[in-house]
Write a protein that binds this ligand. Structure first.
Ligand code: GLN
Ligand code: ZN
Length: 760
């Protein structure tokens, strides 16, 4: 028996973030277009050869992208938005980057999070008259590159239904599905040219199948695939990020040659497929988790796979659950992690080996992979028993907590009065979200400190200077609630992870976030606790400089969880409670140190929302509980803020309200103040600071536009509960523009205050 192994996609950024370097050099004019394209080609080749060397039977082609695979999918069907005025048949590389990054007067395509990942894709723009035409050249030339290397290539396409679904309607409202016939026609052309070019298989990704799809979209599936399969290579229809078991009867009878299932996220769905699985179809078992970094439990995987192999024979394929885009490159490159921890990890390269091992085990029997199984069992047992992971004290503290008694002592109106009694804030208080510019000087100090060229003391002095500068500037600007500016924080997750027990950091565990931007999520491997205060000294120092209130600044439990690779041996809800408890220690210490305004940032609350509606309430319940636990026990007079940004919050407003923060500052300007409409419908009762300007560009907002946004806000938020602030932190800005923007904000605030006083 021969088992086929394949990948749905590979981390295109490269082992050393080569793609990032190429892109940024190109954008800065250091390498020309030919240099960029050549570099990209070499990277693709390296990745294909690596896969081939690791025994992958079918390698994906078309998963590589210079910026984003959803943008590429739009261009394959000639669908660049007409507002750019580009000829889809002759799109240049410069135009490609304009779509992604914008130009002088042309905003780029919007970005949105790719399902429940932290990857951002570029949102297609659909109009009622959007026309499609296949532009297969780029994909065909990549297919030829792979073929020339002797790689067995499997071109992959983002499925037409998913592409359509991900797009946003522009102009007059219309039913997106009305575009499907034209889109399918273009896909048919793509598929037929891939067949002619010698592709035996094409993988078509339809991740929307794992959502709660509207009936009209489900109904469109069969007719679409009946057309697509007419003149096509064999089609492997891939789903991931959840179960598609409820659609098994439909999927099993589609005219495709195979189905890929995510059996890491939803192993139970196999039951819905395996009985009477059609004899003409391949079943690709996505058993290696493409979304996390832990070694697979090979022993546990092998038996169920062997049973599948018995029934399916060579029609069983093996792969990761989804594209490895979401997984770092190579754990072997980690030199700073200790051997024990390293031995628990599997990044992309290690996952290729796991696939190869499982394949061998199925083909030649358990004995043939005895060593590998022993290695996997050993790592597993070590993790299960490791005192680095399990701290009984953490479990005991959690067990002693009440189920959810973490409500503030008094309701919001009582708290607000007690807070105002000492804060004595003017109406429409003005504040910021936390960070001030991370200047080159700050970064240089930190780099020097990390290299050991600057002593801890000198580093602390340098940061204190920055804090003082930030306080003085805020005083001069006339802000009401100040912040210390977060100079000492490299990153809002890393900063806390480095000080909490249970987190570890990689040197090169980068994952693409969008374009050339990568993130390096911490590894949350063990029980979380706080050995000592993390922010108290900085906050206390900042407060000592000014009579104005200084807001303490923490990253919340849900965000710390969501932006890490999380251990897989505990439920996420439980890990989140551990983090919340550790943060609660910090909140109590801040309060005791006289910091009585404390912000707990939760920008990632929304992205943790499960894709399936049925699971959402459960998530929101434990997430909310964790947030409240993190500020449990504070005095009524202590003001708790939270902050969220860059997601749509309209549909989770009840859950946000249930966090019961005294003040919510939230990004609204960047998204056209859309949240205000939702706030008009939902009775949010605590204070809100809707962002009054977008912080993403150096452009300084005019007083007029800030005023217009505030007036808009005043229509749905009563003045006594309205705060004034930017959309988000200012760490990516420079001081001159930050000061100019904040000064406009303060000016408008004063003006509106006077008006309010007059009308009262
Ligand atoms: N306090 C953080 C800052 O201002 C919040 C960042 C965020 O929301 N992503 O930078
Ligand atoms: Zn933010």
């Amino acid at each position: 028996m021969r088992i086929t192994t394949h990948l749905l996609g590979f981390p295109r950024i490269g082992a050393k973030r080569e793609l990032k370097t190429l892109l940024e050099k190109h954008w800065q004019g250091e390498i020309d277009e030919a240099g960029l394209l050549q570099g990209a080609k070499e990277l693709r080749q390296k990745h294909w050869l690596l896969q081939k060397g690791a025994g992958v039977a079918l390698s994906p082609v078309g998963d590589f992208s210079l910026y984003d695979h959803v943008l590429d999918a739009q261009l394959l069907v000639g669908a660049a938005p007409p507002r750019f005025g580009f000829d889809p048949a002759a799109l240049t590389t410069a135009q490609y980057f304009q779509l992604a990054r914008g130009a002088q007067d042309q905003p780029p395509l919007e970005m949105n999070k790719w399902f429940d990942t932290n990857y951002h894709y570029l949102v297609p723009e659909w109009q009622a008259d959007t026309a499609f035409r296949a532009q297969p050249d780029r994909l065909l030339s990549q297919l030829r590159e792979a073929q020339a290397l002797g790689v067995a290539a499997k071109p992959m396409l983002l499925g037409p239904l998913t592409l359509l679904w991900l797009g946003k309607v522009k102009g007059e409202p219309f039913d997106k599905l009305s575009l499907l016939p034209g889109l399918i026609a273009a896909y048919c052309q793509l598929l037929s040219s891939l067949r002619v070019a010698g592709a035996a298989w094409v993988q078509i990704d339809e991740p929307i199948l794992a959502l709660d799809l509207e009936p009209a979209w489900l109904a469109a599936l069969r007719p679409a695939y009946e057309q697509l399969s007419q003149d096509a290579p064999k089609l492997l229809l891939a789903s991931y990020f959840g179960s598609v078991g409820e659609h098994a009867p439909l999927l099993k009878t589609l005219p495709v040659a195979g189905l890929h299932l995510d059996l890491a996220r939803a192993p139970e769905q196999i039951d819905a497929f395996i009985d009477a699985y059609p004899a003409d179809k391949v079943l690709s078992a996505g058993v290696i988790d493409g979304r996390n970094i832990w070694r697979a439990d090979l022993s546990a995987r092998l038996d169920p796979l062997a049973r599948l192999a018995e029934r399916l024979g060579e029609r069983l394929w093996l792969g990761p659950s989804c594209s490895l885009l979401h997984c770092p490159f190579d754990a072997a490159a980690e030199t700073s992690l200790d051997a024990e921890l390293k031995n628990w990890l599997a990044f992309s390269v290690q996952k290729l080996n796991e696939l190869k091992t499982l394949k061998r085990g199925l083909e030649q029997g358990r004995a043939a992979i005895a060593n590998e199984l022993a290695g996997s069992d050993f790592a597993r047992a070590q993790r299960r028993g490791s005192p680095r992971i399990h701290h009984p004290a953490v479990a005991r503290r959690l067990a002693a907590l009440p189920a959810d008694g973490y409500r503030r002592a008094s309701p919001y109106p009582v708290r607000a009065a007690r807070q105002q009694a000492w804060l004595k804030l003017p109406p429409l208080p003005v504040t910021t979200i936390g960070s001030f510019p991370q200047t080159p000087a700050i970064r240089a100090s930190r780099a020097a400190f990390k290299q050991g060229e600057l002593s801890a003391d000198d580093y602390r002095q340098a940061m204190k200077k920055e804090i003082e500068l930030a306080i003085r500037r805020q005083e001069a600007l006339g802000l009401d609630v100040l912040v210390h500016g977060e100079a000492e924080r490299n990153d809002m997750v890393e900063y806390f992870g480095e000080q909490l027990a249970g987190f570890a950091f990689t040197a090169g565990g980068w994952v693409q976030s969008y374009g050339s931007r990568c993130v390096k999520p911490p590894l949350l491997f063990g029980d979380v606790s706080r050995p000592g205060p993390m922010t108290v000294d900085w906050a206390r120092y900042a407060q000592s400089l000014t009579p104005k209130p200084v807001k303490g600044m923490l990253t919340g439990p849900i965000t710390l969880l969501q932006w890490s690779f999380v251990r897989d041996d505990l439920p996420r809800s439980e890990v989140c409670r551990q983090i919340a408890l550790a943060l609660n220690d910090e909140v109590r210490d801040l309060e005791a140190a006289g910091i009585r305004v404390i912000q707990i940032d939760e920008p990632a609350l929304r992205e943790g929302l499960p894709l399936k509606r049925a699971e959402r309430d459960g998530y929101l319940a434990w997430a909310g509980e964790a947030f409240r636990l993190s500020c449990q026990g504070v005095d009524d007079a202590t003001q708790i803020h939270t902050h969220m940004c860059y997601s749509t919050f309209g549909d989770i407003l009840p859950a946000i309200a249930d966090l019961d923060a005294d003040v919510l500052t939230v990004e609204t300007a960047r998204s056209d103040m859309a949240l205000l409409a939702d706030l008009g419908r939902f009775p949010y009762r605590n204070a809100i600071g809707p962002g009054v300007y977008d912080i993403h560009s150096p452009r300084v907002p005019s007083a007029d536009e800030i005023r217009a946004r505030l007036q808009q806000a005043l229509r749905v938020i009563p003045a006594e509960r309205l705060w004034i602030n930017p959309d988000c932190g200012l760490k990516t800005r420079g001081w001159p523009e930050a000061e100019a923007a904040l000064s406009a904000m303060v000016k408008v605030g004063r003006e509106l205050r006077e008006k309010l006083a007059q009308s009262a």
